[in-house]
Design a binder for this molecule. Sequence first.
Ligand code: IPE
Length: 263
Amino acid sequence: MRYNWYLKVVKLGGSVITLKDMPMTIRYDVVKQLVSELADAVKGLPDLKLVIIHGGGGFGHYVVRKCLSSSGRIDSMCFSETSYAMTLLNTSLLKELLGVGLPVVSIPPHTVFKAEVDGRVSYDKNLIIEYLVRGLIPVLYGDVVLGVDSFLVLSGDTIAWLLAKDLNAHEIIFVTDVDGLFDKDPKKYSDARLLKYVRADELVNLEFSQSEYDVTGSMMFKLMEGLKHGVKGINVRVVNGLVKGNLYKSLHGNSSIGTVIKY
Ligand code: IPE
C-alpha cells in the first residue's frame, strides 16, 4: 500500500549532534537549535509527517571503533556497550525533542531491524506506519543489530533510505556539518563550487572527501546507497545543520539551502 501523506525523513548526522573528538559528548547548543527548528517547522506545517533518525558520532562510532581495534569484531560485549551508548544519546535527544513539545517515540533499531542471510535488512514497517498514523514522530538511530551469525552496525543513513522507500517519503534531509555537495573536494580546492541541484546518476562523477572516523562510510556511500536500494522519485537534501535556520528552511522546501539530489 502506498501512503499518500507528506512525509519527510530527517537524519541528524552524528558529527552535528555530538563531538567526534571528545567521546560521549553531546553538542547541546546545536541540538537545542535543531530541535527548536524542528518544532517551529512542525507547527507551521500541519500536514507534515516526520521521522527523525540520528547518527552515532562520538557515541556509537567511538565504541565500535574501540572494540574493532581491540578484538577486530563486534562481539557480544561490544554489541551491548554500543547499544547502551546509543540508548544514552537517544534518550538525551528525546528529552530535548519532548521539551519543545514534539510527540516523539523512540524505536530502538536493535529491537526491530535484523540482517537476513541474503544481506537484506528486515523490519516491521507497519509498526512505524501505525505510530505515524496515530500522530507520533518515530525517532530511530544508527545502531547495532543482529546479523545471521554476527553482529552488525546498521547506519542511520541506511535506515533513512529504507524508511523513505517503504513509507513513501517525499524527501530525506541529511543534516550534516558541510554545506552540501561540491563540484570538487572543498577540503583540497579553495575554488570548489557548491552544487544546488544534482541528479542521482551524476553522483559518480563527483569527488568526495573521505571520512576516516566513521565505521559506516562517507558522504559518497551515504548517497550511493539510495541507488542501491532502488529509491526513485524522491528528493534528498544535504544541508549544513550548524548554520542556524537551515533545517527550518529545508523543511519548508526553501531551495536555496544545501544541495538537492533528485533520485
Ligand atoms: C552509526 O550510525 C551508529 C553506530 C556506530 C552504532 P550512523 O552511521 O548513522 O552515524 P553518523 O551519522 O555517521 O555519526
